[in-house]
Write a protein that binds this ligand. Sequence first.
Ligand code: F6R
Length: 588
Amino acid sequence: MCSIIGYTGKLFVAPILLQSLKRMEYRGYDSVGIATMNNGKIVTRKGIGKVAEVAESLDLLHMPGRIGIGHTRWATHGGVTDKNAHPHSGCTDDIAVVHNGIIENYSALKAELIRLGHNFKSQTDSEVIAHLLELNYSTYKDIKQAMIETCKKLSGTYAFVAVFEDGNISAARYDEPLIIGIVDSGCFISSDVLGFLEYTDKAIFLDNKDIIITNGTTLELFDFDGNYVTRPITQVAWELGAADKGKYAHHTLKEIHEQIRTIVEAGNQNNERLHSFCDILANAKNVFITGSGTSYHSALIAKHIFSRFAKIRCETIMSSEFQYMLDSVDDKSLLIAISQSGETADVLQAVKIARQMGSKIISVVNIPTSSLARISDSFLSVNCGPEIGVAATKSFTGQLSVLYNIIDSMCNGCVGISSDKSEIIKAIQQVLDDEINISKIADTMEDVKDIYILGRSLHYPISLEGALKIKELAYIHAEGIAAGEIKHGPLALIEKNTPVIVINPSDSTYNSTISSAYEIKARGATVVGVSDKMDDVYDHFIKITKVRDNLYPLVEVIPLQILAYYLALKKKADPDYPRNLAKSVTVK
Ligand code: F6R
């Protein structure tokens, strides 16, 4: 989603804001803007494009001042235009505002403000915040009161930062993340720790309904009722180096390659934490697992392995559907939420509803300081470091690794992943070494309109995940299909040369899936096999190494990620920044 950043301190603000926005650009990226305050005047420059492009065309780097705010936008209300880019001001340039979230009552507020004589310049919901703040500031002549009155009028979700002509910066948070980074005589306000981690690891995570005002020297923190509050300073522990591309052309490729390490690191859980997590799980009456997108695919794998090894029956519900499926959620239920970011609005909403119904919440999350981690009764961290590529890759296999480790801990090591990862590491290395072969298979698919992926049992969620990667990275229609279902309808889609990827390692699903492969081949499909066992049915073959049956998902998803990456390159799409997508979907 959008990223917001504010800085006030000793340093020139424009280079700092630009650097922070670049670090957070993965969250959303159709337009960029900065407002700086210098000699009592606020100057705003903004436009569509990526940070580097807009910075160059508008010379953002040389904007003067030591106080300012910045924004990268992921459009929700209003198209991708220069005018809709943030920061927004009211009728004058006395205040500039950047916002992340959605103001649900913006049209009523806008109508009222227009009636009072305000002129709007954009189609965004965010601009109402600037006008409201302007109105309230001119009424109360006090930033604190103006912020409180403004927040009281807004409904929806928001984190916004405003810079005032007198040099103060103020920010408010409601259901969108907002974090303060403390530096010597100054501070950052950001939607992501990556916005300031280069300068400080001291962070204050604002609670919902917190407002801050800072002039760089003092910092006031209060709630929407005006009561002063204190929040602890947390030390955040991520190495920034992990956010660089290293020797790779893209973050996505780097993150695919990192999996050889991150799958192992995901298994390094604190024992006490792991046992407390497993105790809650073992004692739950009804278990639900939720997540969105890729994290939902992890939930589907969890459902299989929890049932297979720990005899725990669970229901998986996509987070966006959770609110419609509440009939059996109660105070004896447990909701397991899986999320890379821990900030996905649909996931947080599911958790909120489950909590209201009395359920316990445990989560598997990559960002230990995220909203999800903080509202869970217990959480396990995926430990894969920042994932910058918009498409989830290492966080997916990291989530699976955590889930396998949970089961191992509950069934005395029956999966065997916690005691011996060497087999998996070898198998992943073999797939990574096969990158050129996979890229050549991508060459053969450049012009196709549809790709189907078949898999049975544990391989079915991987077929869904592979299809999601191809859709989002290469903009090709792709569908994961349970192999046994092909004859119940999808077979009608198969024509001469339709590419079908068949995930078929030599486990208990092998014989049935190879039959499905022959059925589609007989209808003219071009069959791509992903297996440890070669067969004549395959027109192209991606070899994977044999591993213990239940661990195949950790390995077989990687060639699909690589394939999607190379398809994106073929299509001249930027794999790190797929069109229309954002890394953390913090709006519903
Ligand atoms: C797909 C992808 C998305 C996310 C989804 C949930 O590659 O990245 O589908 O998986 O938006 O995000 P998290 O896991 O952060 O809750």
